[in-house]
Design a protein around this ligand. Structure first.
Ligand SMILES: Cc1cc2nc3c(=O)[nH]c(=O)nc-3n(C[C@H](O)[C@H](O)[C@H](O)COP(=O)(O)OP(=O)(O)OC[C@H]3O[C@@H](n4cnc5c(N)ncnc54)[C@H](O)[C@@H]3O)c2cc1C
Length: 394
């Protein structure tokens, strides 16, 4: 049985590996001329790592990752600590899987190699433009003129998915009201940066810092609320002077990190409301940002795509290519991804308290809870991090 996966991002490649490992013939169609990712980092929480372990990738990922000691929240202007979770210890004890940071290009390279190793065909420079479905299967049309017959089409083609548009009709993603600056700089520009994932909270903005590539680089994401986004492209080259202005007056090492940036890009952040369904006729389904794009304020978009990939492969392997399989897949994934989306949306407000009063009202109790009830603070992410795809019955 042949499956075509539209899109060679983290979700598409993870799905391709999972599907090939359970015996399907898989072809990935990627519109870009090469499999690449933006030059930025990504956090892989324990649930993402359990998914990647199911794909057999724990060792290669450990070899390129950086492992934070703590997850922290700090006040951006003063550097004052709000809470600190000893995630290196907790992730091992609570979840049995590490919390890691990697460079996206390293992750894509690992996924690509693993996909090729299990026999996935990767077709680059071709865009899935449409599909025709009938009882016998699916014919996938490419912009290069080719037609790929298959038994199932998986749309892992991102937030502006062509497969989703044909299945459910045109609908623009929601602009979250925020854009994200992204830079990576050599780690020696800020030797005192804690070995942590730190969320630096501020009025209408927040930053996230962590180390990647075995600690050699620092990844900085600076999110700022703005309605000035012009809305045509999703990412644009930005002026480092504007970035420095957006985070002017923040505590060290934020100014040193920003000053070290030679070039930077700024991303408009979009999400989508939960979909009522994302499969069609037992022959076409969606995965990752194509069906549940979320803002990055919970660092879970890729984790959800990886979980989708493993669950989809399990459903198809146990129940075959059928409406029942895809209904089970959606039934397992929709409630969880909708809840994570809601949580990510609400985090933006938590990170962006606009004045001293609202900041004190939010961060004061958090600080107190961290001192008085650390076990409670640490358990608050269990519903996300403890999810082990390997144990989910399909
Ligand atoms: C600033 C920021 C920080 C983030 N941090 C984290 C984090 O720390 N942890 C985390 O888990 N998530 C994070 N995310 C979210 C994560 O990056 C995404 O959820 C994830 O990359 C989605 O993967 P995907 O494969 O579904 O989609 P994409 O990565 O968008 O991949 C889609 C692929 O499909 C291709 N494509 C598109 N259309 C077609 C077509 N018609 N035919 C063929 N190919 C096509 C594209 O070229 C692309 O390669 C972050 C996001 C942002 C913006």
């Amino acid at each position: 049985m042949k499956i075509v996966v539209a899109g060679g991002g983290i979700g598409g490649l993870s799905a391709a590996i999972a599907l090939a490992k359970v015996g399907f013939e898989v072809e990935v169609v990627e519109r870009a001329a090469a499999l690449t990712e933006v030059g930025a980092g990504i956090q892989l929480s324990p649930n993402a790592m359990m998914g990647l372990t199911a794909l057999g990738l724990i060792d290669p990922i450990l070899s390129v990752a950086s492992r934070p000691e703590t997850l922290e929240m700090r006040i951006g202007r003063t550097g004052e600590k709000v809470f600190s979770i000893p995630i290196a210890r907790e992730s091992k004890q609570r979840y049995g899987a590490p919390y890691l940071h990697v460079h996206r290009a390293d992750l894509i390279e690992i996924l690509k190699r693993a996909a090729e190793f299990v026999g996935v065909q990767i077709r680059l420079g071709a865009r899935v433009s449409a599909y025709v479905r009938d009882a016998a299967g699916v014919r996938v049309g490419l912009d290069t003129g080719g037609i790929l017959p298959c038994d199932l089409l998986v749309g892992a083609d991102g937030v502006r998915s062509t497969v989703r548009r044909q299945m459910l009709g045109p609908e623009n993603p929601n602009y979250t009201g925020a854009v994200a600056w992204r830079i990576t700089v050599p780690a020696d520009v800020a030797p005192d940066l804690p070995q942590s994932a730190v969320v630096w909270a501020g009025a209408g903005r927040h930053a996230v810092t962590y180390r990647i590539r075995r600690g050699e680089l620092i990844n900085f994401v600076g999110v700022i609320e703005t309605e000035r986004w012009r809305g045509e492209s999703w990412d644009e080259p930005g002026d480092p002077a504007d970035l420095a202005h957006d985070f002017g007056g923040w505590a060290q090492p934020i100014p040193d990190i920003i000053a070290a940036a030679e070039t930077c890009f700024v991303w408009a952040l979009f999400d989508r409301d939960p979909l009522a369904r994302w499969s069609e006729g037992g022959r076409v389904t969606l995965l990752g940002d194509a069906c549940h794009a979320m803002p990055p304020f919970q660092a879970q978009g890729a984790a959800m795509a990886i979980e989708d990939a493993v669950i989809l492969a399990k459903c198809l392997s146990v129940h075959g290519v059928s409406e029942d399989s895809l209904a089970r897949y959606e039934g397992l994934r929709r409630p969880r991804t909708s809840r994570v989306l809601a949580s990510a949306r609400s985090n933006m407000g938590v990170f962006h308290r606009s004045n001293a009063i609202t900041q004190a009202a939010t961060y004061g109790p958090m600080k107190l809870a961290d001192r008085l009830f650390p076990a409670f603070v640490r358990s608050r992410q269990d519903w996300i991090y403890a999810y082990d795809v390997r144990k989910i019955a399909v």
